[in-house]
Design a protein around this ligand. Sequence first.
Ligand SMILES: *[C@@H]1O[C@H](CO)[C@@H](O)[C@H](O)[C@H]1NC(C)=O
Ligand SMILES: *[C@@H]1O[C@H](CO)[C@@H](O)[C@H](O)[C@H]1NC(C)=O
Ligand SMILES: *[C@@H]1O[C@H](CO)[C@@H](O)[C@H](O)[C@H]1NC(C)=O
Length: 460
Amino acid sequence: MGSISRGRNLGPGAGAGALQVPCGRVHQIGALALIAATFLLTRAFDRLSCGLSYGGLASVASSAALFDRAGSLFWPDRGYGSRLDLKIYVYEEKEIDGLRELMRGRDGRISPDACVKGQWGTQVKIHQLLLKSRFRTINKQEADFFFVPSYVKCVRMMGGLNDKEINNTYVKILSQMPYFRYSGGRDHIFVFPSGAGAHLFRSWATFLNRSIILTPEGDRTDKRDISAFNTWKDIIIPGNVDDGMTKFYGSNVVQPIPLSKRQHLANFLGRAQGKVGRLRLVELAKQYPDKLESPELQLTGPNKLGRTDYFNHLKNAKFCLAPRGESSWTLRFYESFFVECVPVILSDQVELPFQNVIDYTQISIKWPSTRISTQLLEYLETIPDEVIEAMIARGRQVRCLWVYAPETEPCSAMVGIMWELQRKVRRFHQSGETFWLHNGSVVNRDLVEFHDWRPPVPLP
Ligand SMILES: *[C@@H]1O[C@H](CO)[C@@H](O)[C@H](O)[C@H]1NC(C)=O
Ligand SMILES: *[C@@H]1O[C@H](CO)[C@@H](O)[C@H](O)[C@H]1NC(C)=O
Ligand SMILES: *[C@@H]1O[C@H](CO)[C@@H](O)[C@H](O)[C@H]1NC(C)=O
């Protein structure tokens, strides 16, 4: 790889390094030359073109990502392409026996409206946005990807299906998808919106271990021996922040407070759930009540914070601590950008979305969870208000990427997901169960041509 010259910003004071400078047109033209050029030449060119200084972008040199005038984010050409051009087939509820159960429960009584709220709402929102998307195709033959809708996290919570039913229903739907068998699942997309990730489907490792999983959860090795998340094929998505925080759905209920008027240095407003880091914060808050707000909260009863109360407390500190909970991702990280406090990640294994375009060092702090102590508060106190303001300002620029807004918006979580998906397009599909003949005919093990593969197709 010849990109050493545009490597990540690791040194102090290298604010401009925040930009993941796109190699742009120059790079594309370079790609043409590549056809003729030797490997060495290519390398040399790559260094040259990417090493150029992008003088015109200097004015935004301290932002966490790059936007054009229309407010669209720049995605590096390398691997992403210069524009979005995708075709996604969305399986229909009626087409596949079992999808309805995965979306509405065994009696069909759970409504999508009930599942769209809360931090796991992504399982519904992504589906609904795809249905309206200009990237949707109804022609399976031309599809780059196949989206399999399922609201199973919600359905399970509401008693609509148990773990065994979920597992069996997934296996049942997959056996009705010849295209899934064709590619070995490589071009099939699944959303698992919670900390459990793909583990919601018990036998995911047998059936979905090649598929693209959209999940906020990058690590579950504390409870399972293997993580369902794979950096190379899966995509980390932002959690679903409350609609009241964004301007796209309902009214914006959160008005940030000026920094100088905030009551606390830092806060953590969540249940301790018996987790070491969280318990330590509760203790620390008792020691330094004027600096850290971290009450012992419950899910219900008098010690539960209502929605508005929660926002009002959250926005009243300069730093919002985001400790690991049941799993490594935490919604608080995303919420911080809307109440405009600087998120401090206290979750060592966390994976963050869109890492090719966002430099998280410019908008957040990640502190070792093993050092949750007075030292953390002392450190946060040393950070001048101007620096905090600047971090918040940069966060304001990129937070559009956490919003599941309609496609008409130039910047949204969906746009980000589309780019990440585009990077994973493969022109040629194959699996252990696909074979091809001299004339391009794709056949299965019994030499049956693909268009004659009839469900149920055999699965592993
Ligand atoms: C999931 O379902 C499949 C098919 O019914 C079955 O073979 C498998 O053992 C199940 N997995 C678990 C963990 O129960
Ligand atoms: C993925 O699934 C296949 C069966 O489809 C299995 O042979 C393979 O071992 C699995 N890989 C992992 C990492 O679980
Ligand atoms: C390709 O060749 C196979 C084996 O000769 C034949 O059965 C099949 O019909 C051919 N397919 C096409 C599209 O010509």
